[in-house]
Design a protein around this ligand. Structure first.
Ligand code: DX5
Ligand code: ZN
Length: 220
């Protein structure tokens, strides 16, 4: 049986009750905290930054999976490591020297992730696939939670899985945006290893039960 990882996106939490929501994820079947950092330049939205991540890290008892939607991520790699990020994901579209960036992330003791926008072809990652711990396939345009899932993502997962297998890599495939119980099974069948879910979890009447249900549905 496959252990699909569930990563609730803190972007959809209630920031006035952040500690409560962090403890809720701690007590759930979730595997990772997905933390979206947006700079208002790479994406048309600003989420939160270092002090909030620091506060999250003080309470989180699970892997902290940081998704940087910022330009010039290289200048903050050390800082994110110090703040407690376990996985650090940068966007392909902003990295001129992606190979160098990946090595710099690993040198700080973090897992190195690369996120790609819906328009970016997965084949562009082939030459560095063995250096990537995690590919975050965006299944919405980055910038906002609560958007609808882009169906083309299934093909992209399959193509990426082929690249990973062909190169003997152990890269995880993470799907980010519009994940619900309606698409979870098909995503895992296509090759997804990690499902990020924001609104689906935090807007649910019972988020803990919703995480448990998603985990069960996606692990088969
Ligand atoms: C979008 C973020 C996602 C988002 C997912 O830019 O990267 O992680 O929080 O939220 P939902 O699951 O609501 O689409
Ligand atoms: Zn994200």
């Amino acid at each position: 049986m496959k252990n699909t990882l569930i990563a609730p996106s803190v972007l959809a939490a209630d920031f006035a009750n952040l500690q409560r929501d962090i403890e809720m994820i701690n007590s759930s079947d979730a595997d990772w905290f997905h933390v979206d950092i947006m700079d208002g330049v790479f994406v048309p939205n600003i989420s939160f930054g270092m002090p909030v991540l620091e506060a999250i890290a003080r309470h989180a008892k699970k892997t902290i999976d940081v998704h940087l939607m910022i330009v010039n991520p290289d200048q903050y790699i050390k800082t994110f490591a110090q703040l407690g990020a376990n996985n650090l994901t940068v966007h392909y579209e902003v990295c001129t020297h992606l190979h160098r960036t990946l090595q710099a992330i690993k040198a700080e003791g973090m897992k190195a992730g690369v996120a790609i926008n819906p328009h970016t072809n997965v084949s562009l990652l082939e030459d560095v696939i063995n250096d990537i711990d995690l590919v975050c396939l965006m299944s919405v345009n980055p910038g906002f939670g609560g958007q609808s899932f882009i169906e083309k993502t299934y093909d992209k997962i399959k193509q990426l899985k082929e690249i990973i297998t062909r190169n003997g890599a152990s890269t995880l495939i993470e799907i980010d945006g519009g994940v619900t119980d309606k698409n979870a099974i098909q995503l895992v069948q296509a090759g997804a290893d990690v499902l990020v879910a924001g609104n689906y979890v935090f807007r649910a009447a019972d988020p803990v039960a919703t995480v448990a249900g998603l985990k069960k549905l996606a692990s088969f």
